[in-house]
Design a protein around this ligand. Structure first.
Ligand SMILES: Cc1cc2nc3c(=O)[nH]c(=O)nc-3n(C[C@H](O)[C@H](O)[C@H](O)COP(=O)(O)O)c2cc1C
Length: 396
């Protein structure tokens, strides 16, 4: 069955032509960039521009340790130019859902080591996505049954999945100013652990309504200390966490993910272009490996200012720019050609098609993602999606 990803109305916003930064242009084949063009990402040579987007799959074993099944899942997808792992919590406090892996214990490091070895043996490259969920958690998952933490004591709308089913969110506890340093130290320590586990780099998860995004956007950040108020103050945790992990890795092995218009997890900003211009200008000075942007989609609204689309980010970012959300083969190639992105990440399509680059190259039919097994199901819907080769032998 062929799966046709919806082409969102907002797609046209990424198909505008604008100035291409010289630093990136020099690395690409003259005038013929497509998904199969290689790209040098810091010291890492990517054989193609097809990135596996970070995706939580809730298959970690006891102790939030990734097991052999996860190693097999990631190794199956090693033909991506780059694999980015699922969100991986930097501390027990940073967990938001049952079965998500961590990078704060030696057992977790050992589990991830098996994953990175399998991916490298299969010829791939893999970055760990470092995650703290902030208020998107529940006391039943928190150390000592405590309240989740957040920039401000503001309860998200809705419910959260827990071990005892869906439960209403609780009002989080606002972090004390001097507690934030501890969280920054945990990012640094998780980055060290990622290094020990054999990753090729790390991506800082600053998107989708989790802790760093909660600090960035003004709906969730009402602080009056140096982490609240102005856009620069709201960007402070992002920048401090980024600096902590670049101390460990060097800037050219660190990426950052932002989602300036995504309302997921009950979040918004009254002027996202103004907020993210400040945040990205700060990041741009640091020479990072890439900026990863979840672009605006149909249904994302802004209260004021201009829409922070890929063109907006290109004007602020002279390095490698990765675009995500709703791309298919044609729209991704169009984004590379019109220079609104240098890399494109694919979520659901990579989840369901372990050999996505080969399928794109062969213009082959795509497996449809099975939403029911996104967050549960063991091997089912995880490692049993057929590749082209296995499908021709009888497959799933
Ligand atoms: C099952 C699933 C889990 C996801 N988990 C994460 C995650 O851990 N971290 C993250 O930054 N985004 C996560 N996302 C969002 C994806 O990275 C991506 O932004 C989204 O799927 C849109 O891209 P697509 O249209 O190519 O699927 C998840 C998406 C899916 C489908």
């Amino acid at each position: 069955m062929r799966f046709n990803a919806q082409r969102p109305a907002a797609i046209f916003l990424c198909q505008l032509i604008f100035n291409y930064p010289a630093t990136v242009q020099a690395m690409t084949r003259d005038g013929a960039v497509d998904l199969f063009s290689p790209l040098k990402l810091g010291p890492t040579q990517l054989p193609n521009r097809i990135v596996m987007a970070p995706m939580t799959r809730n298959r970690a074993e006891a102790g939030e340790v990734p097991g052999d099944l996860s190693a097999a899942y990631y190794a199956q997808r090693a033909t991506a130019g780059l694999v980015i792992t699922e969100g991986t919590q930097i501390s027990q406090q940073g967990i938001g859902y049952p079965g998500t892996p961590g990078l704060h214990s030696s057992e977790q490091v050992a589990g991830w080591k098996k994953v990175t070895e399998r991916v490298h043996d299969a010829g791939g490259r893999i970055f760990a996505q470092l995650w703290h969920v902030g208020r998107i958690s529940h006391p039943s998952l928190q150390p000592g049954g405590g309240l989740p933490v957040a920039p401000s004591a503001l309860k998200p709308a809705g419910e959260i999945f827990t071990l005892s089913g869906m439960r209403p969110f609780e009002t989080p506890r606002a972090l004390e100013t001097d507690e934030i340093k501890t969280i920054v130290d945990q990012y640094r320590q998780a980055a060290r652990h990622a290094h020990q586990a054999g990753f090729d780099g790390v991506e800082l998860h600053a998107a989708n309504g989790y802790l760093i995004d909660q600090f960035l956007r003004d709906k969730t950040n009402r602080r009056t200390d140096r982490y609240g108020g102005t856009a620069l103050n709201r960007s402070r945790l992002l920048i401090e966490a980024c600096d902590a992990i670049t101390e460990v890795w060097g800037a050219d092995r660190v990426g950052v993910r932002l989602s300036p218009t995504n309302p997921f997890n009950d979040i918004s900003d009254s002027h996202p272009a103004a907020t993210f211009a400040v945040a990205v200008t700060e990041l741009a000075a640091r020479g990072l490996a890439y900026l990863h942007v979840v672009r605006p989609q149909a249904g994302h609204t802004i209260e004021s200012g201009t829409l922070p689309d890929m063109r907006f980010f290109r004007s602020l970012w002279s390095g490698v720019l990765m675009a995500n959300c709703g791309f298919d083969f044609d729209s991704a190639n169009a984004a590379l050609r019109d220079r609104s992105a240098d890399l494109v990440s694919f979520g659901a399509l990579f989840l369901a098609n372990p050999d996505l680059p080969a399928r794109f190259r062969a213009n082959a039919a795509l497996n449809a993602p099975d939403v029911a097994t996104f967050y549960e199901g063991g091997a089912r819907g995880y490692t049993d999606y057929p590749s082209l080769a296995s499908a021709s032998e009888g497959g799933r």
